[in-house]
Design a protein around this ligand. Structure first.
Ligand code: SAM
Length: 303
């Protein structure tokens, strides 16, 4: 059952011009659906006017705006503790099975957060898809963020076929599994046993045969491997600085270290970077993190 409203009958040829003019005037009734009538279109207007007539229109579904959230697989993470908003997200997004609220900031060596389920299934685990690869993640057990997806693509694009790559802080494996497409071999290390366990599952889930999972402290990797790599990934923002000396021992001359950091817009580069013998160093903006703070990456070609 539609709604009766005043409307203008408009020739299809000039319809777009009329639509824009009505929008500009603020007289188009946006709650109703414009509809055809023979060769012409009927534009609902908010009140009677010259040349207008009454007709029946279908009402447009007006969605209330959903609260701000981040999507990771089937999990929506809400910025606010808002159970009503969580229920609205669950009802509105068929792919979402759980809505979480983070009860803590990123904490500890494993860089995880504590979550509370606001709506949906009682879980912090889900399957996330990135550029055709799938990852099982468990947000309370191991760190994961979808926000560096385009960084992983950038690095894959600049890699040469057959490179030997070391991911020092691999988590559940998004860099390692993505980079495996071009690499000869990727060694993926993490200190968190849950992360390594999820990583092992993600390697087989994606049928990747050239990623080697390693449970180890990054500080020990020069001794663990006793060799150098073509490319070293350091994705441990705020805490990776102290591992720079190890990374420079692990990267071959001419190889590249990708060092991720969260920096203030006015901050100087950490002096530790100058201690790495390098042929070149390029600082790139990755994404905005907070007002005045950015996620950046230093691409360092080692000497
Ligand atoms: N690269 C992954 C990603 O993009 O999702 C994970 C990055 S997360 C920010 C950093 C990871 O480093 C965590 O999984 C944490 O467990 C691991 N980590 C922290 N300290 C470490 C250490 N000393 N040695 C090895 N891994 C460490």
């Amino acid at each position: 059952m539609g709604k009766q409203q005043w409307c203008l009958r408009v020739n299809r040829q000039g319809a777009e011009t009329v639509r824009r003019a009505l929008l500009e005037e603020g007289t188009l009734d946006k709650s109703l659906k414009i509809r055809p009538d023979g060769d012409e279109l009927l534009f609902p207007v908010i009140s009677e006017r010259e040349g207008s007539m009454m007709a029946e229109f279908e009402e447009l579904y007006q969605r209330a705006p959903l609260p701000r959230h981040e999507l990771v697989g089937g999990i929506a993470i809400l910025a606010e503790d808002d159970p009503a908003g969580a229920a609205a997200i669950l009802g509105d997004r068929p792919s979402v099975h759980t809505v979480l609220f983070a009860e803590s900031a990123v904490e500890g060596e494993f860089r995880t957060k504590r979550f509370r389920v606001l709506a949906g299934d009682e879980t912090t685990a889900t399957i996330h898809t990135e550029y055709g690869r799938t990852f099982r993640i468990d947000l309370e057990k191991a760190y994961f963020s979808a926000r560096l997806a385009s960084e992983r693509q950038r690095i894959t694009a600049i890699m040469h076929d057959g490179e030997e790559v070391l991911d020092m802080f691999a988590g559940v494996g998004p860099f390692a599994v993505m980079l495996a497409e071009k690499a000869g071999m990727v060694w993926a290390c993490d200190l968190n046993p849950d992360a390594v366990s999820l990583l092992i599952g993600n390697i087989s889930r994606n049928r990747v045969s050239n990623v080697i999972p390693t449970l180890a402290d990054a500080a020990d990797l020069p001794e663990v491997f006793g060799r150098r790599f073509d490319r070293v990934i350091m994705n441990l923002p705020l805490m990776a600085e102290r591992f720079l000396p190890a990374a420079s021992r692990l990267c071959r001359p001419g190889g590249t270290i990708h060092f991720y950091a969260l920096v203030g817009d006015e901050d100087e580069d950490t002096p530790l970077l100058r201690r790495i013998p390098s042929r070149s160093m390029e600082k790139r903006f990755v994404r905005s993190y907070a007002p005045g703070r950015s996620h950046v990456v230093y691409d360092i070609v080692v000497d």
